[in-house]
Design a protein around this ligand. Structure first.
Ligand code: SF4
Length: 218
């Protein structure tokens, strides 16, 4: 598959949270950090810097690169735990995702975890029946079953990402206070300004720059 069509597993949480946010980040290549994203980034950097650890029955791999050629997915698992038989034969693989907050009302974290499980299943050629999410504010791991409905939901989102990446238009903003006020792209997105038109933000910024240059010729 063309590398340009590969979907990062982390993009699935963006597309489920808000399709416009997905397009701004993964199509228009825009990014802005707020307190939540900065805390999340620091947490992931800290986890990925851990060294792998091996014990008699389990091996832990931090910052583990994953890929699915079947579904065109790439990414990094915060932690992969590999249960071993005879100290070397993998018998059970579990992805573990670290999150700074607490359990969310939506499935945004679950689809990301499921995409990791799909990749690991292909790489190790074995079932990955569950994954775990560690929520920092809850100080505990939560076990998530990778069942058929979750896999279907995840694969539908992968296809949605691909069609948004191939499309011309950035989805229009729909202002939802609870969501938008927590979104790090709020200023770039302008949910109130762009809500009606669905314009491409990068095109808008270019036009504004042209207007400023016309008004203030060098
Ligand atoms: S501000 Fe709202 S509409 Fe804009 S990207 Fe964020 S969540 Fe989506």
């Amino acid at each position: 598959m063309d590398d340009g069509l590969l979907i990062p597993v982390s993009a699935l949480q963006h597309v489920l949270f808000c399709e416009r946010q997905f397009s701004l980040i993964h199509v228009e290549r825009m990014w802005s950090e707020n307190r939540f994203t900065a805390e999340g980034r620091i947490l992931h950097e800290r986890v990925h810097a851990e060294h792998h650890e091996s014990r008699r029955t389990v091996r832990q791999e931090f910052g583990f690169a994953i890929r699915s050629t079947t579904y065109g997915l790439i990414g990094i698992c915060d932690l992969v735990e590999i249960q071993l038989q005879d100290r070397k034969t993998p018998v059970c693989i579990t992805p573990v995702e670290f999150k700074r907050g607490k359990t969310k009302e939506t499935d945004v974290d679950l689809v990301q975890l499921c995409a990791q499980a799909i990749c690991l299943q292909e790489m190790f050629e074995m079932d990955v029946p569950c994954g775990q999410i560690y929520y920092l504010q809850e100080h505990r791991r939560k076990t998530i079953e990778i069942d058929d409905p979750l896999v279907s939901q995840t694969l539908i989102l992968v296809e949605r990402c691909r069609s948004l990446m191939a499309g011309e238009e950035t989805p229009k903003a729909v202002y939802e206070p609870k969501k938008c006020n927590a979104c790090s792209l709020f200023d770039l997105c302008g949910p109130k300004h762009f809500g009606a038109g669905g314009k491409q933000v990068s095109r808008y910024v270019q036009n504004q720059t042209r207007i400023i240059q016309t008004e203030n010729p060098a």
